[in-house]
Write a protein that binds this ligand. Structure first.
Ligand code: NDP
Length: 388
């Protein structure tokens, strides 16, 4: 029996992870489950999986969580400190699936206890970069990529020498707007943006997928996970989302990982690593799919990947600032305060006005992230005032 904690248990990745655990309950013991504000769902899950502790980030929801867990034997706690303490409890594997930089401190706490961390929360690695990878090495933790592209690359690298890699290709679906003109993009609504053609995901990553910032964040994530150098990482649009990424070696061989567009596949690969486990996913029917197509990304209509590549090359605090500005801009778009095309423009504005020193510790990353958000919000306020 293995123990598991799931940070962000009530989200899309959390649900997919728990779906796999539910099918194999004798082999798993649940330590911590966490959520932000959804106390009712968290309590239901904590009861079902007999978790040791359930933590809600929003302290105002603690009475609700306590009441829903009364008599269950599950501990209830709330707040950022409790989240980090729960993540620090010993577990064989932690799935880091909080959305955004809010997941950074708990993910670092899980890394510091030295077990396996399955990383879905890409924003944490983008923001903390070298600080996180240094912590992984220092604490002897194992960071396994849950993100489907990075999980694919990880699988394609198995048994090979990374120095033999000529090119790593991250595939991108292109999102719901991949064929839209710039004029159409200006009027894209939140409801349209969160309706991804291939994947069923949380709202923030769905918007990132629509702007292609998701691929930009993944490019930075890949730089840290697979240190082949930025020039050996490229992005290709593959609308069918069947090939999840590829690795080309110096002898001209390209290895690709294919699978259905279902996050339970990379999550299963992470949970069972280095072995395999069953999933309920339908096998690929390539004859029915018929054709797999590929095309170059269009950075005129979707400048986010250009910005992310710039930030990756600049290094230091630039990826932290890029991520924070993007989180603020995506939230503003989802609230109907800015147009879809303003998201990338806004990120570029913030990157050009705020260039702090490289963060050297977790506290530095958190401070840069916080200040970048202040700057990003201030610029949005000025913008709204100018529009009014
Ligand atoms: P969701 O929005 O579906 O879920 C997010 C989870 O994080 C929820 O449990 C939510 O709690 C919790 N949460 C949100 N904000 C906070 C906060 N401030 N503090 C603590 N917990 C918080 O997101 P996804 O599952 O789609 O994505 C999670 C992560 O995985 C993201 O980083 C995303 O980029 C990455 N990822 C997701 C994929 C997918 O297919 N969904 C694919 C690859 C990567 P509550 O429910 O209470 O709000």
């Amino acid at each position: 029996m293995r123990s598991i904690s799931i940070l962000g248990a009530t989200g899309s990745i959390g649900a997919s992870t728990l779906d796999l655990i539910r099918r194999d309950p004798e082999n798993w013991r649940v330590v911590a489950l966490t959520a932000n504000g959804n106390a009712a769902e968290l309590a239901t899950l904590a009861r079902e999986f007999a978790a040791e502790i359930a933590v809600i980030a929003d302290e105002a929801r603690l009475p609700e969580l306590r009441e829903a867990l009364a008599g269950s034997g599950v501990e209830a706690a709330a707040g950022a400190g409790a989240l980090t303490e729960a993540a620090a409890r010993r577990a064989d594997i932690t799935i880091a699936a909080i959305v955004g930089c809010a997941g950074l401190a708990p993910t670092m706490a899980a890394i510091e206890q030295g077990g396996i961390v399955g990383l879905a929360n890409k924003e944490a690695l983008v923001s903390a970069g070298d600080v996180m990878t240094a912590a992984v090495a220092r604490h002897g933790a194992t960071l396994l990529p849950v993100d489907s592209e990075h999980n694919a690359i990880f699988q394609c690298l198995a048994g090979n020498d990374i120095t033999d890699v000529r090119m790593i290709t991250l595939t991108a679906s292109g999102g719901p707007f991949r064929d839209w003109s710039f004029e159409q993009l200006k009027n894209a609504t939140p409801a349209q943006a969160i309706k991804h053609p291939n994947w069923d995901m949380g709202a923030k990553i769905s918007v990132d997928s629509a702007t292609m910032m998701n691929k930009g964040l993944e490019l930075i994530e890949a730089c840290h996970l697979f240190p082949v150098g930025l020039d050996r990482l490229r992005i290709i649009v593959h609308p069918q989302s069947i090939v999840h990424s590829m690795v080309e070696y110096r002898d001209g061989s390209t290895l690709a990982q294919l699978g259905p567009s279902d996050m339970r596949v990379p999550i299963a690969s992470t949970l069972a690593w280095p072995q395999r486990m069953d999933t309920p996913c339908e096998p690929l029917d390539l004859a029915a799919i018929g054709a797999l197509t590929f095309r170059a990304p269009d950075e005129e209509r979707f400048p986010a990947t250009r910005l992310a590549r710039w930030a990756a090359r600049a290094g230091g605090a630039a990826p932290t600032v890029l991520n924070a500005a993007n989180e603020v801009a995506v939230a503003a778009f989802l609230d109907g305060r800015i147009a879809f095309t303003r998201i990338a423009e806004h990120v570029e504005d913030v990157l050009s006005c705020y260039a702090p020193d490289a963060p050297a510790s977790l506290d530095d990353v958190i401070a840069v992230d916080a200040e970048a958000r202040v700057q990003a919000r201030a610029r949005l306020t000025t913008e709204s005032a100018a529009i009014d």
